[in-house]
Design a protein around this ligand. Structure first.
Ligand SMILES: [Zn+2]
Length: 231
């Protein structure tokens, strides 16, 4: 089973006084799979503290090939690059797993952190984590083979949902690992034959998490350990 907790973990670390400063600016929103929050080279106008679901930062090359640089769930906030100063997005932020978030205008957030040192520290720490996650993604996407990268990605999604079912299409999986759909079909079939997952149209079930961890590249354990250290 995955290990998730209710609510956003960053906000969960705030004491009632800091939360009271932030709360009037937060708006609950829900999102579907495929919803785009930011496009590359556009200003990040809002931050999203995720309470459920997962959002990817995806880089698309001129050739049309897309690949994921970052995956954020309840443990984080999307748009944190704009937490301290106005900033443009370096990638497309797109929902992979539907969910809910608390949304705040970036400008309002920058005013709030001026009044809450605790919030500023929490978000700064998360931003540093994002940088380390990005560095790991660069190494992973450059060096590691596609099968262990797919296993890693499925585990990272699993960590961000309740239960063992992931609402993922092969097209989404292909975009995340930078592979053709036919490659994903082949790899998903391989993982299914190994008894690690069950895949039927648009729904993937994790059957053997330990086996999937063995199939994943080392990056999963590295990034997960960092996430748990922040929790
Ligand atoms: Zn890797």
């Amino acid at each position: 089973m995955s290990q998730t907790t209710l609510g956003n973990r960053l906000l969960g670390r705030l004491d009632p006084g800091d939360r009271a400063i932030l709360d009037p600016h937060l708006t609950p929103v829900s999102f579907r799979s495929g919803h785009v929050f930011f496009e590359p080279q556009t200003e990040i106008t809002h931050l999203y503290f995720l309470e459920e679901g997962a959002i990817s930062a995806v880089v698309t090359l001129d050739s049309g090939v897309s690949i994921e640089a970052l995956l954020v769930g309840r443990e984080g906030v999307v748009g944190c690059l704009a937490a301290f100063e106005p900033c443009q997005s370096y990638a497309r932020a797109i929902a992979q797993i539907p969910g809910r978030a608390l949304k705040i205008e970036a400008k309002a957030f920058r005013a709030v952190i001026g009044r809450s040192l605790t919030l500023a520290r929490i978000v700064d720490r998360h931003r540093n984590h994002v940088h380390s996650d990005l560095a790991q993604s660069v190494a992973c996407n450059t060096v590691h083979r596609v099968r262990p990268r797919l296993a890693k990605w499925l585990l990272r999604c699993h960590d961000r949902v309740d239960g063992d079912r992931l609402p993922l299409t092969q097209e989404m999986m292909g975009q995340m690992i930078g592979s053709q759909r036919t490659t994903v079909t082949e790899l998903a079939g391989d993982l299914q034959r190994a008894g690690l997952i069950r895949y039927q149209r648009g729904a993937l079930e994790i059957l053997d998490r330990v086996g999937l961890e063995r199939a994943a590249c080392e990056c999963y354990a590295v990034v997960r350990a960092r996430e748990l250290a922040l929790a």
